[in-house]
Write a protein that binds this ligand. Structure first.
Ligand code: LLP
Length: 432
């Protein structure tokens, strides 16, 4: 997306970014509602409206606040949660229980109880041990639960190692060995307490090729067929996860949803038609691609340090505590100076945060105009896994979050205070 620049200033959702920084303080996460809604619209156009029996569940780990969940609800989508905390946020937002699916490799008994009590739509189960836990909770509550199994299809996706999930050596999913997967399926079919719907995979995140999805789909379709011949049981749902890549630097080959979803759907459709079996409902779980490019983080420039002949460091008032991704994944971003948005680049500098880590770098070797202390730096595409992975490292408060649309701005998360950071801290009497 090209930045909206007016009179030398950056605008976000029709709002002057410098003004936003002044009104709410920095660091500040700014989300464009129009961008988010646009992503849902393209998912609808290229997938949901195009194929019957399809669903999209926004993976709210990417960005989870009650206001965001309200937006997702208004757009008619489902959500994927991965913890009691995300489920709690959904409950607070009054998110319809039936439209919630629960993923995760180690769901706690208390989280399963919360899910069963709220009556969520589906639990995506990671193994027999978890199935037994769910059955136990359902038995005690006298309620049933719809389940899928997450499998690891054994395909390798081309992305950072930390966000590859579909290979066999992974903490996620059930391996596809007959000795692992079929006892799960048998147990779910036979269970008095669960309705077995089908299978799920998620092969990784920030992916740009449809190839691993097609390979994984092949594997799951065979599983569907084999389940039918072994147990005479027809799965009705296939969840192909999320992972669709976005643009951080403008150099990525970003593909529209249709690039991934059309060939996947054609494959599934053709497979089922050839065998005269009903096509299962197909579900996707996009997270990053819904919110990533919709988010921008604003910072105020502080100390500037020039090491002659070596490098210039420009420090800002946030860093790895609001965006861990460069430190964790060597993720690259781009940014601009919001109050000098039309000035030409005259220098190459490294933008770093204020945390006590040398790896606390936000922009490596950025081309920037003349920058002064007090300027407002905007870093783009920070909407996914920025706020949601923020921490209180160095006791920095978690920044505020603002939603912008058509020139309006709405606070959706207040900035944390120093007092709130210490809210749960206790000094034992003997130390007083
Ligand atoms: N479904 C499942 C089961 C997942 O595990 C994930 C992401 C998604 C859907 C959504 O994937 P997405 O569409 O957002 O790529 N913190 C990392 C990303 C971790 C992704 C974890 N799972 C990052 O900042 O790159």
């Amino acid at each position: 997306m090209r930045p909206d620049i007016r009179n030398g200033r950056l605008y976000l959702g029709g709002c002057d970014a410098v003004q936003l920084a002044g009104d709410y303080g920095t660091p500040l996460y700014v989300y464009s509602e129009e961008e988010i809604v646009g992503r849902f619209a393209s998912l609808r156009e290229t997938f949901l409206n195009r194929w019957e029996n399809t669903r999209a569940a926004y993976a709210c780990k990417a960005f989870c606040t009650p206001a965001m969940l309200k937006l997702v609800q208004r757009e008619g989508m489902c959500i994927d949660v991965v913890s009691g905390g995300e489920l709690h946020a959904a409950m607070q937002a009054g998110f319809p229980a039936g439209r919630i699916e629960f993923n995760g490799n180690n769901k706690l008994p208390s989280e399963i109880e919360l899910a069963v009590d709220y009556g969520i739509g589906r639990i995506i189960v990671d193994g027999l041990q978890e199935l037994a836990l769910i059955e136990d909770v359902c038995r005690r509550r006298g309620r049933r639960m719809q389940v899928l199994f997450r499998v690891s299809p054994g395909v390798k996706a081309d992305t950072h190692d930390y966000i590859v999930t579909g290979k066999k050596d992974s903490k996620f999913g059930i391996p596809l060995d007959a000795g692992s997967i079929y006892p799960c399926i048998r147990a779910a079919i036979d269970s008095e307490w669960v309705d077995f719907l089908g299978v799920h995979f998620h092969i990784g995140s920030q992916l740009f090729s449809v190839q691993p999805y097609l390979e994984a789909a092949d594997v799951l379709l065979e599983l569907l067929l084999e389940t039918q011949s072994r147990f005479g049981y027809t799965m009705t749902e296939l969840n192909i996860g999320g992972g669709f890549g976005i643009s951080y630097t403008g150099e990525e080959e970003v593909r529209p949803y249709g690039y991934f979803l059309t060939p996947i759907m054609e494959k599934i459709q053709a497979f089922c038609a050839a065998r005269e079996i009903p096509r299962p409902t197909v579900v996707v779980e996009p997270g990053r691609s819904i919110v990533g490019e919709a988010g921008t983080t604003l910072y105020t420039v502080g100390a500037i340090k020039d090491i002659p002949g070596v490098r210039k460091y420009i420090s800002v008032d946030g860093g790895m505590s609001d965006n861990i991704r460069p430190a964790l994944y060597h993720a690259a971003y781009t940014g601009l100076i919001a109050n000098r948005a039309d000035q030409p680049a005259v220098q190459r500098a490294t933008v770093c945060g204020k945390c006590c880590e040398s790896g606390d770098i936000l922009l490596q070797d950025a081309d920037l105009p003349a920058v002064e202390t007090g300027d407002i730096l905007a870093v783009f595409s920070t909407g996914a896994y920025g706020y949601s992975m923020a921490s209180n490292y160095n006791s920095n408060p978690i920044p505020a979050v603002v939603l912008v649309r058509n020139g309006e701005h709405h606070l959706i998360v207040r900035r944390q205070t120093y007092g709130q950071i210490l809210e749960n801290a206790v000094i034992p009497d003997y130390l007083m």
